[in-house]
Ligand binder design. Structure first.
Ligand SMILES: NC(=O)c1ccc[n+]([C@@H]2O[C@H](COP(=O)([O-])OP(=O)(O)OC[C@H]3O[C@@H](n4cnc5c(N)ncnc54)[C@H](OP(=O)(O)O)[C@@H]3O)[C@@H](O)[C@H]2O)c1
Length: 443
């Protein structure tokens, strides 16, 4: 295994057998969104003796606290119907619920969703919006000192509900609960991987091709734009909200780009993004490299904060799906999503970013499995020389944690390699063995 290969980790799931714990149905309340009463009626048949309560816009914090404070166990269940829009009201109701639960300090809190994240046990994600609750829940588990379990079901059945109530599960990761066992996600190196980087012979990029980079003014997007200009003399379309940076565009032309256009557009604005695709119907590759980073603990997080972080990743990706569904994609070789290792490690203080990354990863799965578009995900760890966290502060902080910066040359080689393989998703981390152990990666 060479140095580059040792930075690459693959999602993997460890099978575990159920173990029974004590359970008192009278101490348990089940929570559903008001809009998902049908789901509640489905689950009710299996939860005799437990109370049911509905989350709605009118359920303010005091009302919620008064309903929940007498229970030691709260189980929230969501199975959100597919839509190209995100229901911000429900996301904000869920955020309010987390704050109430933190205040009343129940003993156990379960967040249950169905097929909301990618997993080997089921091919297609069918409820990607619920990735938001998974991401928020994963991080919440690390910000509070009581048990928070994030459970992702393949389907709702009597057996599965029985084990949610009676089983013991670890609380740090989203657990996949199947009828007869559960799966714990891990990230593993794969020494036996047949896709070794040194074997790469061809590139997925076309000489003179046309590439759209969302977030192309930023660190990683700008780096890739420059590489594509120099190496493949491509036509570039860059998207960002800020005014154009003429110097960057001139530089890209100087580096060899056949053409460069900057579209000052918010990727969450469907009509404007649709208009861009109309103007450039022959795009060969799309890279989603946009993010907004606004760290906050859940107890201090405002609705506006959460929405602004979800917007480019989740709403931007929903817009892409909506556009690609109605487009002739015969020219489109790939859609590459830049995501974060945060999808797996869910650092405290970054619940908004985790939620954005987990749900974006889930949508990339939908794009691949249901829309038949070749979508790829790279969950990066730390870039210390370019991008949003390229500062002395972060370099020092990461170095203390044993995490090294990914270098430009390494990142570009990994992008080239991933696009030339059949692999769908990799995580890239450069870290000491101790750091990896602490993050529970690679074991
Ligand atoms: N840097 C790292 O260490 C690191 C680590 C893990 C993952 N990643 C991932 O890598 C990607 C790129 O990160 P980066 O470090 O290059 O960040 P960056 O330098 O901040 O670039 C992100 C770009 O996204 C654009 N953007 C934000 N919201 C947008 C919106 N609604 N519509 C259109 N454009 C929008 C921003 O431009 P405007 O503000 O002008 O819109 C900005 O240029 C992200 O997906 C991130 O999650 C980075």
């Amino acid at each position: 295994m060479n140095a580059l290969e040792s930075m690459i980790f693959y999602p993997s799931w460890r099978k575990c057998q159920f173990r029974k714990a004590e359970f008192h149905p009278e101490g348990c309340v089940w929570l559903f969104f008001e809009s998902q009463r049908f789901l509640a009626s489905k689950v009710k048949d299996f939860i005799e003796g437990s109370r049911v309560c509905f989350l709605s816009d009118s359920a303010g914090p005091e009302w919620l606290a008064s309903r929940l404070e007498n229970f030691d166990r709260i189980v929230f269940v969501a199975e959100t119907t597919w839509s190209y829009d995100l229901n911000y009201n429900e996301v904000s109701n869920f955020l309010a619920l987390l704050k109430v639960i933190q205040k009343i300090r129940c003993t156990e809190f379960d967040i249950v969703t169905v097929r909301s994240i990618t997993c080997s046990a089921f091919r297609a994600v069918t409820h990607p919006h619920d990735g938001v609750f998974v991401g928020l829940g994963q991080t919440f588990a690390q910000e509070v000192d009581f048990s928070v379990r994030v459970l992702v079901l393949e389907h709702i059945s009597e057996k599965v509900i029985y084990w949610i109530l009676h089983g013991t599960f670890p609380s740090r990761y989203p657990i996949i609960v199947l009828d007869d066992c559960f799966l714990i996600p891990t990230l593993k190196r794969n020494a036996a991987c047949s896709h070794t980087i040194s074997c790469r012979e061809s590139s997925c990029f076309r000489n003179g091709g046309t590439y759209l980079i969302i977030g192309g003014r930023g660190g990683l997007g700008g780096m890739l734009a420059k590489y594509l200009a120099r190496q493949y003399k491509v036509n570039l379309i860059l998207i960002g909200r800020s005014p154009k940076d003429q110097k960057q565009l001139d530089n890209l032309v100087k580096n060899g780009a056949a053409s460069v256009t900057y579209e000052q557009t918010d990727v969450s604005d469907f009509e404007r993004v649709k208009a861009i695709f109309k103007r450039y119907p022959r795009i060969n590759g799309i890279v989603h490299s946009a993010l907004v980073l606004k760290d906050s603990l859940i107890c201090n997080m405002s609705d506006e904060n959460l929405q602004s972080v979800l917007s480019p990743k989740l709403c931007g990706t929903l817009n892409l799906l909506r556009i690609l569904k109605n487009m002739n994609c015969s020219q489109l070789d790939f859609v590459l999503f830049f995501s974060s290792v945060q999808s797996y490690i869910a650092n405290p203080g970054q619940a908004n970013y985790t939620a954005a990354c987990v749900s974006k990863d889930a949508l990339a799965n939908v794009l691949r499995e249901l829309y038949m578009v070749n979508s790829k995900i790279i969950n990066w760890s730390f870039w210390g020389d370019i991008g949003v966290v390229a500062s002395d502060y972060y370099r020092k902080r990461m170095s203390k944690l044993g995490i090294e910066s990914i270098r430009e040359k390494e990142g570009l080689e990994i992008i080239e390699w991933l696009l030339s393989t059949k692999l769908k998703q990799v995580t890239v981390i450069k870290a000491s063995d101790n750091a990896l152990k602490r993050l529970n990666i690679g074991g």
